[in-house]
Write a protein that binds this ligand. Structure first.
Ligand code: HEC
Ligand code: HEC
Ligand code: HEC
Ligand code: HEC
Ligand code: HEC
Length: 326
């Protein structure tokens, strides 16, 4: 909070400016880091740090696949300068930060965001921009890099007459907060003059964790002694799985559960892509004798390169609901 404290002091004394935050040229070695922004935007910084965006330059996979940064075409998206500039260039400074705060926010010497300036103090210029508003055109911003996914989303919006939320509407949790957070008595007092807004978190989530409605659907169709049959329907506005880079799979696991103890488990990976609105019929075998117990089906996103699986959603079928199906 040192910076906020100083900024307040400065503004009271009207003696110094914070131009270093907005007046950056691409060779600047003293350009503000995400951590500098985080001195005031404590929550946004903490969220961003946990995203893949923050690792877009330093990840082992990117290093290897870009031939240790030799392939300069990759840098327009993995270490971008001003994303809002149609002639964007890769950033020369703070490259280890990948897709960082200034990439998305700094344009025309002002911080572009979803709101007009509204606080008591403005250490830097602020401008409202619908491309930085999760309730407006923010999908277009995401689409400057997520080309394929964005095209799929646009197609679905057209078919359904704009029934789907924006990308952040599904991938960012709703939060209510002021832009900055006070961390001592003095800064808290000043922040209390800032209006609160309903916005989306910078933490990018797989939406099933936030809202079951925003996840694909699973329906049991038939149950035989050793096998369960079900359909998986892609209710998303993009492919399942989506993305142009890396090897990505959807993992489906069926589990029989009795008193929270797992009796049997079976997993498979889906190799082929399921486009929006399409279904696939699947089956998994589970041993005899476990039929009359609760069934859980987990849908996970598997990243081969990092060997991590992230839960999209768990589907719960209580014993009584399905045990009798012929
Ligand atoms: C000294 C504290 C401080 C620092 C450092 C700071 N900001 Fe801010 N920021 C603020 C305050 C206060 C506001 C609200 C200003 C207003 O309403 O006029 C704000 C507003 C914003 C907004 C506008 C949000 C909206 O809803 O429209 C964005 C975007 C933003 N800052 C990004 C950044 C970025 C990126 C950095 C780092 C390069 C940064 N800020 C550094 C204090 C700070
Ligand atoms: C400047 C290019 C760029 C922009 C703009 C951008 N992304 Fe990304 N995004 C990437 C890259 C590159 C990755 C992969 C990074 C990696 O895995 O190393 C990524 C990864 C992701 C992921 C996977 C996250 C994870 O943790 O597995 C999601 C979800 C995502 N972006 C959503 C969004 C949304 C929503 C927006 C718009 C608000 C957005 N992105 C804007 C380039 C961008
Ligand atoms: C991939 C692009 C992207 C990156 C990177 C990014 N932001 Fe944002 N930011 C957005 C979008 C889009 C919104 C609008 C969210 C909304 O309307 O709900 C936003 C909103 C904001 C706001 C105003 C709303 C709020 O959450 O209070 C601030 C302040 C802000 N960002 C600061 C930062 C800081 C600081 C960083 C770096 C630590 C950062 N952003 C990184 C895209 C980005
Ligand atoms: C209706 C909710 C919804 C909307 C709207 C949506 N997504 Fe998704 N997205 C999901 C779900 C659920 C998953 C997990 C399944 C998967 O991986 O395909 C996902 C997965 C992803 C992934 C893969 C994440 C990873 O771990 O690698 C990316 C990238 C992504 N979405 C980007 C976007 C972008 C960009 C947009 C806007 C153009 C968008 N999404 C709009 C629900 C949504
Ligand atoms: C147009 C923007 C763009 C360009 C150019 C680009 N990428 Fe990406 N990259 C993305 C986005 C968006 C993601 C995350 C979602 C996806 O897979 O589409 C990503 C994800 C990745 C990932 C993570 C894959 C994983 O396992 O999740 C790697 C590695 C990668 N890119 C390597 C590269 C390399 C190497 C190049 C240059 C040959 C490159 N990218 C060029 C936008 C871009």
């Amino acid at each position: 909070m040192r910076t906020l404290f100083l900024s307040i002091l400065c503004l009271i004394l009207s003696s110094c400016s914070f131009e270093y935050l907005t007046e950056i040229d691409n060779q600047d070695s003293s350009a503000p880091t995400a951590k500098d922004c985080g001195e005031c935007h404590v929550d946004q910084y903490g969220e961003w740090q946990q995203t893949r965006h923050a690792q877009a330059f330093t990840s082992v996979e990117f290093k290897q696949q870009s031939a240790y940064y030799q392939d300069s075409g990759c840098l327009f998206c993995h270490v971008p300068g001003d994303v809002l500039d149609p002639e964007r260039q890769p950033r020369q400074y703070n490259r280890e930060e990948g897709i960082t705060c200034v990439s998305c926010h700094l344009h025309d010497k002002a911080m572009q965001g979803p709101h007009e300036s509204g606080g008591l103090i403005s250490p830097h210029a602020v401008a409202r921009n619908p491309m930085l508003d999760s309730k407006a055109d923010s999908a277009q911003l995401c689409g400057t890099c997520h080309h394929e996914t964005y095209e799929q989303w646009l197609d679905q919006q057209e078919i359904t007459n704009n029934q789907y939320p924006t990308c952040l509407g599904c991938h960012g949790a709703p939060v209510k907060r002021s832009h900055t957070r006070g961390t001592n008595l003095f800064s808290r007092l000043l922040v209390s003059f800032e209006p609160e807004h309903e916005v989306r978190s910078h933490l990018l989530m797989l939406p099933g964790q936030l809202n079951p409605e925003a996840a694909p659907e699973v329906h049991l169709t038939q149950n035989q002694p050793e096998q369960i049959f079900f359909t998986l329907t892609n209710t998303l506005p993009h492919n399942l799985p989506t993305g142009s880079f890396g090897e990505k799979y959807i993992m489906v696991t069926a589990r029989r559960i009795k008193d929270q103890t797992i009796l049997a488990t079976n997993t498979m990976s889906l190799l082929s892509i399921l486009p929006p609105d399409q279904s696939v019929r699947l089956s998994l075998s589970l041993p005899l004798g476990t039929l009359s117990h609760t069934l859980e089906i987990d849908l996970k996103r598997l990243h081969r390169s990092t060997n991590t699986a992230t839960l999209i959603r768990s589907y719960h079928f209580p014993a009584g609901d399905h045990a009798q199906t012929p």
